[in-house]
Design a protein around this ligand. Structure first.
Ligand code: ADP
Length: 310
């Protein structure tokens, strides 16, 4: 039986508008269309793990509004247990307003709203969930103190912590790194967190070593179409990505993290779990959108070939 996965993180409604040109200060322009999509790194990663067969519960906070209801509906469809989510009395569901111009360049405004209320006090009231699970999956779209609190509660309960340090803060304190088993930055996040200045594989290894020195158990750098690089004391290994025609890489990293957690929870060893995560995110990049691009367990079977046998 699959082990329990607890995702602690953000839920956002992404409002996207396509327009010819992003307006400058004082300018009003007409948009071509408007779409509403459930997003937020926490919700995306929970959906990814749930769709891939993980037994997932989520902690986070939405507003008492239509967007919050939509988030909960999407998570439920992915098989995620939403009964522990908090509903804020005062704050609206977190929202991202995304303007995409005719060249595909964008401008994004994030309003954290209810995500700010996913605070340490709320998390401390959920201690039994930290006991229930085996894996805790975190990102950085909720307050830093909440991320630290969740990582510490997980480690006190003897659980495995996966932290996707996105969006990357200016620095990742040792007190947090020491409570993380798997740290999963992408290339730009690793550059910001470690100070290395280019994204050659040798620099990525150097950057990962810096984060290992800060106390992380293992660093997995996602390298887009190149795959994922695992670095831990005495071991370095590149797991190549599947070759696909990418049409939209939104949520590739979220898919990767959710899939990695689902694979570990299913009992796969690290190497097989990384193959599984690469295969799942390769499917996600061939489709448009965030949560709508995430693959289901059955779709992955044909894709995996012999990865599951590793
Ligand atoms: P993020 O979305 O956080 O920027 P990455 O771009 O590193 O993260 O992508 C995460 C994972 O998604 C990669 O490690 C890889 O497995 C997969 N992936 C991303 N882009 C591609 C691509 N063009 N082809 C195949 N796999 C991809």
């Amino acid at each position: 039986m699959s082990k329990g996965i607890l995702v602690v993180g953000s839920l956002n409604m992404d409002m996207s508008v396509n327009l010819e040109k992003i307006p400058t200060v004082g300018e009003t322009v007409l948009g071509n269309d408007l779409s509403y999509r459930a997003g937020g790194k926490g919700a995306n990663q929970a959906c990814a793990a749930g769709l891939l067969g993980g037994e997932v519960r989520m902690l986070g906070c939405v507003g008492k509004d239509e967007f919050g209801e939509k988030q909960i509906e999407n998570l439920k469809k992915a098989g995620v247990d939403t009964s522990y989510l908090k509903k804020s009395d005062d704050q609206p569901t977190g929202t991202a307003i995304i303007c995409v111009d005719s060249h595909g360049d964008n401008n994004i405004v994030v309003i954290p709203g209810a995500n700010k209320e996913c605070d340490a006090e709320y998390l401390k009231r959920q201690r039994e969930l930290f006991e229930w699970c085996d894996y805790v999956v975190l990102q950085m779209e909720i307050p830093y103190d909440s991320v630290l609190c969740a990582a510490m509660m997980a480690k006190e309960a003897g659980k495995t912590v996966i932290l996707n340090p996105a969006p990357a803060p200016d620095e990742l304190p040792e007190e947090l790194c020491r409570n993380v088993d798997y740290l999963t930055p992408n290339e730009t996040e690793l550059m910001k967190l470690s100070g290395v200045t280019d994204c050659s594989v040798s620099s990525m290894k150097k950057g990962a070593m810096i984060l290992l020195e800060k106390g992380a158990g293992c660093v997995i750098v996602t390298l887009g179409e190149k795959g994922a690089l695992l670095v831990k004391k005495g071991e370095e290994c590149l797991y190549p990505a599947k070759k696909v025609k990418a049409v939209d890489t939104t949520a590739a990293g979220d898919c990767f993290n959710g899939a990695f957690a689902a694979a570990l929870a299913e009992g796969m060893k690290e190497g097989a779990a990384l193959g599984f995560a690469n295969a799942a995110s390769a499917i996600a990049v061939t489709r448009k959108g965030a949560q709508e691009s995430l693959p289901a367990r059955e779709e992955l079977k044909d894709y995996l070939g012999d990865v599951l046998a590793v």
